[in-house]
Design a protein around this ligand. Structure first.
Ligand SMILES: NC(=O)c1ccc[n+]([C@@H]2O[C@H](COP(=O)([O-])OP(=O)(O)OC[C@H]3O[C@@H](n4cnc5c(N)ncnc54)[C@H](O)[C@@H]3O)[C@@H](O)[C@H]2O)c1
Length: 255
């Protein structure tokens, strides 16, 4: 799929990877770029910059996503590409309180379900549509130091696979964007243990947007802005126990 003349929605579009996607889609000649974010001022700023439209949206609330989709269809007739990009991270393991598990589950997983539930009827009626889900390499591998992020990103990947299997023959395309470290607030925020080891290989949000464009042009399911992730994923599949030993060594080294 190419972006020219398409109507596109990007959640988490006010900052980081989402903002880079919005800018890139506008530069590619999208008919409309809708910047949906819980940060109203940030969304307005990006929309003003690219000639897009800001819709304040908390993706954790289904009513917000229903309103977003309805408003875009009323204004632009249809949605060609919906990017479920908004995501959050929290550090922690088994001790993480239930409320925090619920919060990250809502944004990283349930929001993707809400979006699909809201956009699929229109897309299926038109015989096609595209869903780009920003997951993470953590959805294929793991996230050192964060059980909630690892689990929710695996779940988001599982949901995207299921969508691709279930609706692929009805014209629905699904891609998952799975970078490792990206230079955004999420990675560069102050952390108790200091800078993340992922900073070493971190790429820019613009590089992620470039990879997303190339992947969607080929309508590839798995989009890997860090090509080495394909090799790590293969190693995991071919010898899980060896891969786990390697991950333990990595964890010990980054403490
Ligand atoms: N930065 C990385 O290293 C990295 C790596 C792999 C995957 N990702 C994923 O990329 C996506 C974007 O992350 P980023 O790095 O650009 O982070 P970011 O923190 O820079 O931007 C996230 C954006 O999402 C918005 N947001 C957060 N909660 C929201 C909610 N409930 N409703 C609507 N908007 C909300 C924020 O306001 C912000 O504008 C996330 O899904 C993240 O998990 C990031």
């Amino acid at each position: 799929m190419t972006l020219k003349d398409k109507v596109v929605v990007v959640t988490g579009g006010a900052d980081g990877i989402g903002r880079a996607l919005c800018r890139r889609f506008a530069a590619e000649g999208a008919a409309a770029v809708v910047v949906a974010d819980i940060n109203a001022a940030g969304a307005e700023a990006v929309a003003a910059e690219i000639g897009g439209w800001a819709v304040t949206t908390d993706v954790a609330r289904e009513s917000d996503i229903v309103h977003l989709v309805k408003a875009v269809i009323e204004r632009h007739g249809a949605i060609d590409l919906f990017c479920s990009n908004a995501g959050i991270i929290i550090e922690g393991g088994v001790e993480t309180p239930d409320e925090e598990w619920d919060a990250i589950w809502s944004v990283n997983v349930r929001a993707h379900v809400y979006a699909a539930r809201a956009v699929l009827p229109g897309m299926l009626a038109r015989g096609g549509g595209y869903l780009l889900q920003t997951v993470s390499a953590a959805g294929l591998l793991s996230q050192i130091g964060s059980a909630p992020y690892s689990v929710t990103k695996h779940a988001a990947l599982g949901f995207a696979e299921w969508l691709a299997i279930t609706y692929g023959d009805q014209g629905i395309r699904v891609s998952v964007l799975c970078p490792q470290g990206v230079r955004t607030n999420m990675l560069m925020r102050p952390r108790p243990g200091g800078e993340s080891f992922l900073m070493a290989g971190a790429i820019t949000p613009e590089q992620v947007a470039e990879a997303a464009m190339l992947g969607m042009a080929e309508e590839r399911f798995l989009i890997l802005p860090h090509p080495e992730v394909a090799e790590y994923f293969q190693r995991k599949a071919s010898d899980y126990d060896r891969w786990l030993r390697g991950m333990r060594r990595l964890q010990a080294g980054v403490r």
